[in-house]
Structures are given as structure tokens and as C-alpha cells.
Design a protein around this ligand. Structure first.
Ligand SMILES: *[C@@H]1O[C@H](CO)[C@@H](O)[C@H](O)[C@H]1NC(C)=O
Ligand SMILES: *[C@@H]1O[C@H](CO)[C@@H](O)[C@H](O)[C@H]1NC(C)=O
Ligand SMILES: *[C@@H]1O[C@H](CO)[C@@H](O)[C@H](O)[C@H]1NC(C)=O
Ligand SMILES: *[C@@H]1O[C@H](CO)[C@@H](O)[C@H](O)[C@H]1NC(C)=O
Ligand SMILES: *[C@@H]1O[C@H](CO)[C@@H](O)[C@H](O)[C@H]1NC(C)=O
Ligand SMILES: *[C@@H]1O[C@H](CO)[C@@H](O)[C@H](O)[C@H]1NC(C)=O
Length: 501
């Protein structure tokens, strides 16, 4: 009797063991299995926060088929928030297109616009295959977006941001300022970009990627142009390209400024050459790698970077209205033309690794820029090593028909380091991809990571902290776009100031 019962127990235990190892094996074989969503969507939308009327997002505007994706920063202490197409198979990707919003921090729109451009690229018969391109649409949330990033008003100060998702103060992300949340992680957005590049360069995660495109429009384009000048960008085997669309202003490399294109005279603006418009006081204002190399070295390095400027020929909006921007020209278009003329007259002339496309009939419109034939080529086709290059598209010449002139060197506003300062390569390796903390064993190449696996207690708990710190992809519910009471406010704002710069 006892023996039979023991035997039955043994069989039961064995069966249970077999079954659970089957469950685990299945989970590991298909890490895409839907786990608990990282946050309850309703909790993400916090109606009382709308009442603040501060112009932030209190919700995320989910698109069917999209999921949230986090990129680890400093070994997962922080995480950068993105949207990614659900079920993206990392191992199939040959090209990454990372895209950054403008001032409006609306990753859902950039996700949709970049995917529409990808569809157009696939139709364009240039060898673009949809499942070989991964689009990461980032959001650099700011302090007004409580509810879009996890936030709990009932917690004491300093603990209200309840995940490791990185958040900035206002537009601080646009010129390398440090994040403010989570409170115990403070990291320059430029260091964050270093981490992004290193993440995509990781062959364990992305074995077949040969091209990484960092794309942006408007304020995001300002950020990337500054980063291309100042970034200690990790060296990558993959070709790294920057797409800079319609920025509101540029970082100049010395104190000269244009006198054409409606530019105001530098005398009208005392700090016109201060960072982030110029390099004066850059070390005091940029909490990143110190010290910043001198202008000659910055120029030498900037020439090597693959930068693609894109200007809407109808983008006559003033964008950034600070006096420092006004001394660069009176609109996105004229500032871009002036900057092209400026690069042309620097030592060595217009950099061979930089292109400039004027896009006819397009105004300050990221969707139209990306989906233009010029945009499609830069974003989805170009690869120098593979011979897919295309000259700049200049219907009216490099400077769009004007002949820019520049102010004379102005020692009073110059910030030159002593001539003869030795070139020092400040490039540092900042590869910070952590071993996935909540992983159930997937190496992430299928995009599922361990975060969504039902067998992982850490991830199925639904705890934002656990899931976010795993810094791997976690499935968001693929639900149709949600319409909230608060969206009317957000849309009204969005159509005015939010999309500028
Ligand atoms: C920040 O604080 C949270 C909550 O106390 C903790 O879990 C996390 O490990 C801390 N991170 C760092 C980088 O200290
Ligand atoms: C173009 O960029 C690549 C990669 O940064 C660099 O190796 C090459 O020297 C650059 N070419 C020129 C002409 O600057
Ligand atoms: C731009 O628009 C004008 C009229 O609005 C049209 O005549 C012209 O063909 C357009 N150019 C291009 C390149 O589409
Ligand atoms: C690359 O990614 C893998 C898997 O996440 C990780 O274990 C490894 O540390 C990463 N490598 C680097 C250099 O960051
Ligand atoms: C990662 O996963 C892919 C696809 O499942 C597999 O081909 C590859 O061998 C794995 N790499 C490692 C280091 O486990
Ligand atoms: C939400 O997404 C939809 C569909 O992509 C878009 O039409 C709408 O403008 C978005 N709402 C906001 C507030 O961005």
C-alpha cells in the first residue's frame, strides 16, 4: 500500500517534472509568447494628470502591431524607451533605422511615418525587404510626460518615477544634458546615444546588420548634428549614418556666421557662439566626455562621420526663435543652406562623407521627408561599402541658389584652443549591454529576450521595475489606437508648438 502510494507519487512527480521542463523548453523555444504587458494601459493613462494642462503626454498612443522596446543604458541602470514592430526577428535584420522625434516626443507618429516610408521603399524596387529593416522609434520623455512613463503620484518625492525609463527636463536631451529620472540615474543623452550605437553594433544581438542609420527630424535633428560633432561615438564594424532632417539650428565649429538667408548679425546676440549653437563654453554646458577637443580636431572628426542633411524646400518656418538661431538664417531652409555654404568654406571643403538633399515641395513634415525619394535612399538603401551611394540632390546648387557670405573671424567670440594642440582621439568604447537580468535564456536575437516569457517569474510579475531593468523587449498589448479625453488637449498642442524646432 505504502509502496504503491510511493510509486504513484514518484510517477506524479516525474510527470510534473517532465511537464514543467516541457513548458520551460517551449517558452525558451518561443520567447515571443505574450507575457504580461509591462504596464496596464489604463494605468498608463492617468486622467488626473491631464488636468495639469502642462502639455505633456499622460498616455502612450498604441498602434496595432507595435510593441515597446527598451535599450539598456549603463548596464540597465537606465533604459531608453522605443517603439518597435512586434515580432521583429533580430537575426533577419540587415539594417537598423533608429528614429528620433522632434520637440513633441511622439514616438507613435514617428513609428508610423517611418514604417510608411519603409513601405514606399519596398515598392521602389531598390532591393529593400521589409523584414530586413528594423525601425526603433525612440522617445526622450520629459518631466511633463508623467503617465506616458510610469509614474505614481502617491509615492514620496524622488520615488514617483517607478521604472528605470530615462526622462529629461524639458528639451535637455537635445544637447546632451543629463536625465532626471530615475532619480538615482543621471546620464547625458549623448552617452545614451553611445549606448544605442553600441547596442545595435552588438553582433550577438544583430548578427547580420551591416548598416545603422540614426535618423531624426527637427529638434531630434539638432541633437544628432551636435552628437555627430561632439560624440565619442563607439567604433562600429557596421556603417553608421546620420540623417539630419530640417533641424532648427546647427552647431557651428567656429565663431563665423552667415550674413545671407535672412541671418541677423552676430552683434544682435551676445551669446551667439555659446553651446549649443557654437562651441564657446561647451565644457561647462555639456555634461558628457571632457574635455572637448579643439575646433580643428572637431572638424577633422566631423568630416569623417557620415552625415546626411535633408532640407524641405518649402520649410520656411522659423523653428527655433532664439537669437542664436536667428544669426544662422531666418528659416529651417535658409539655415540649412547657410550651413552647407559654411562647411564648404572650411579647410578641405564640403566633406565627402556628408550629403545634402533638398526635397522639393516639402515643408516641416517628417513623414514627407522620410518618404521622399531622397529620404528613402538615405534611410533604407545607402551603404558606401556596398556601392549604394547617391550624390546630393541639389536642384539649385549646394546653397539653394544663394551665395552665402560669412562674418570675419572674431577673436573676442572665439574659443580656440592654443594652436598646435595635439590631436587626441577621444573615442571611447562604451559597450554596456548587460547580461539580461530577467532573461529566461534567450539571447535576444529573436527579439523576445526573456522579458515576455511566461516561465520567468520576474517578467510575469508585471513589475515595471523588473521588466524595465531587463532592458530587453517586452510585449505591449497590440490593441487598436486608444482615444482618451486627454488627447484633444494633446493634439491641440501638438499642432502648434510641439512639433517645432
Ligand atoms: C535606483 O533605485 C532603485 C529603487 O530603489 C533600485 O532598484 C536601483 O537599483 C537603483 N539604481 C541604481 C543605479 O542605483
Ligand atoms: C568616411 O567615413 C569613414 C567612416 O567614418 C572613414 O573611414 C573615411 O575615412 C571617411 N572618408 C572621408 C573622405 O573622410
Ligand atoms: C512642386 O509643386 C509644384 C506646384 O505646386 C509643381 O508644379 C511641381 O511639379 C512640384 N515639384 C515636384 C518636384 O513635385
Ligand atoms: C552583446 O549582447 C549580448 C546579449 O545580450 C551580451 O551578453 C553581450 O554582453 C553584449 N556585448 C557587448 C559587447 O555589449
Ligand atoms: C542566439 O539565437 C540564435 C537564434 O535562436 C541562434 O542562432 C544563435 O546561435 C544564438 N546565439 C547564442 C550565442 O546563443
Ligand atoms: C495617435 O495615433 C493615431 C494613429 O497613428 C494618430 O492619427 C493620432 O494623431 C495619434 N494621436 C496623437 C495625440 O498623437
Amino acid at each position: 500500500m505504502a509502496v504503491a502510494s510511493l510509486a504513484r507519487s514518484a510517477i506524479l512527480v516525474a510527470t510534473l517534472l517532465l511537464f514543467s521542463s516541457y513548458v520551460v523548453a517551449r517558452a525558451m523555444a518561443s520567447p515571443r509568447t505574450l507575457g504580461a504587458p509591462r504596464f496596464e494601459v489604463q494605468r498608463r493613462h492617468t486622467p488626473q494628470l491631464d488636468a495639469r494642462g502642462d502639455g505633456g503626454w499622460s498616455f502612450v498612443n498604441y498602434t496595432d502591431g507595435a510593441e515597446e522596446a527598451l535599450i539598456p543604458v549603463r548596464n540597465g541602470d537606465g533604459a531608453l524607451y522605443h517603439w518597435l514592430k512586434a515580432d521583429t526577428d533580430f537575426s533577419k535584420l540587415k539594417r537598423i533605422v533608429w528614429v528620433c522625434h522632434g520637440k513633441g516626443r511622439d514616438p507613435w507618429n514617428y513609428y508610423n511615418h517611418m514604417h510608411a516610408a519603409l513601405d514606399a521603399a519596398v515598392q521602389s524596387n531598390q532591393g529593400v525587404n521589409e523584414d530586413e529593416v528594423g525601425i526603433w522609434s525612440v522617445s526622450f520623455w520629459n518631466q511633463k510626460d508623467t503617465g506616458a512613463f510610469p509614474w505614481d503620484d502617491s509615492k514620496p518625492d524622488g520615488q514617483k518615477a517607478t521604472s528605470n525609463i530615462l526622462v529629461w527636463e524639458e528639451n535637455g536631451w537635445e544637447d546632451g544634458q543629463k536625465s532626471i529620472y530615475p532619480s538615482n540615474v543621471s546620464v547625458s543623452s549623448f552617452e545614451v546615444l553611445d549606448n544605442v550605437v553600441a547596442y545595435f553594433a552588438n553582433r550577438t544581438l544583430f548578427p547580420n546588420v551591416d548598416t545603422i542609420v540614426m535618423a531624426s527630424h527637427s529638434m531630434g535633428a539638432q541633437m544628432l548634428q551636435r552628437y555627430a560633432v561632439l560624440g565619442n561615438i563607439p567604433e562600429t564594424e557596421q556603417e553608421l549614418h546620420f540623417y539630419v532632417g530640417n533641424p532648427g539650428a546647427y552647431m557651428y565649429l567656429d565663431e563665423r556666421r552667415p550674413t545671407t538667408g535672412g541671418a541677423k548679425p552676430p552683434s544682435s546676440c551676445q551669446d551667439y557662439n555659446d553651446y549649443h549653437y557654437g562651441i564657446n563654453n561647451v565644457d561647462a554646458n555639456l555634461p558628457y566626455g571632457q574635455p572637448t577637443p579643439n575646433e580643428d580636431m572637431l572638424w577633422a572628426r566631423y568630416q569623417q562621420r557620415r552625415v546626411h542633411y535633408a532640407l524641405g524646400m518649402a520649410d520656411d518656418g522659423p523653428g527655433d526663435t532664439h537669437c542664436q538661431a536667428q544669426v544662422q538664417g531666418d528659416s529651417h531652409r535658409t539655415r540649412g543652406a547657410n550651413f552647407a555654404g559654411y562647411l564648404e568654406q572650411l579647410p578641405g571643403g564640403y566633406p565627402k562623407n556628408h550629403t545634402l538633399d533638398y526635397v522639393p515641395n516639402v515643408t516641416h513634415d517628417d513623414a514627407a521627408m522620410f518618404a521622399s525619394s531622397e529620404g528613402i535612399f538615405r534611410l533604407f538603401v545607402e551603404n558606401d561599402a556596398q556601392g549604394r551611394t547617391r550624390p546630393s540632390s541639389l536642384p539649385n546648387g549646394l546653397t539653394n541658389g544663394v551665395n552665402p557670405t560669412f562674418t570675419a573671424p572674431d577673436p573676442a567670440n572665439a574659443d580656440r584652443m592654443p594652436s598646435g594642440t595635439a590631436y587626441q582621439d577621444t573615442t571611447v568604447k562604451v559597450l554596456t549591454q548587460p547580461a539580461s537580468k530577467a532573461s529566461s535564456g534567450s539571447n535576444g536575437s529573436s527579439g523576445g529576450g526573456g522579458g515576455g516569457s511566461p516561465s520567468s517569474p520576474a517578467s510575469s510579475s508585471g513589475s515595471p521595475r523588473n521588466a524595465a531593468s531587463s532592458a530587453v523587449l517586452v510585449k505591449a498589448p497590440a490593441i487598436p489606437v486608444l482615444v482618451f479625453v486627454g488627447s484633444a488637449v494633446a493634439c491641440a498642442l501638438a499642432s502648434s508648438s510641439l512639433y517645432s524646432n
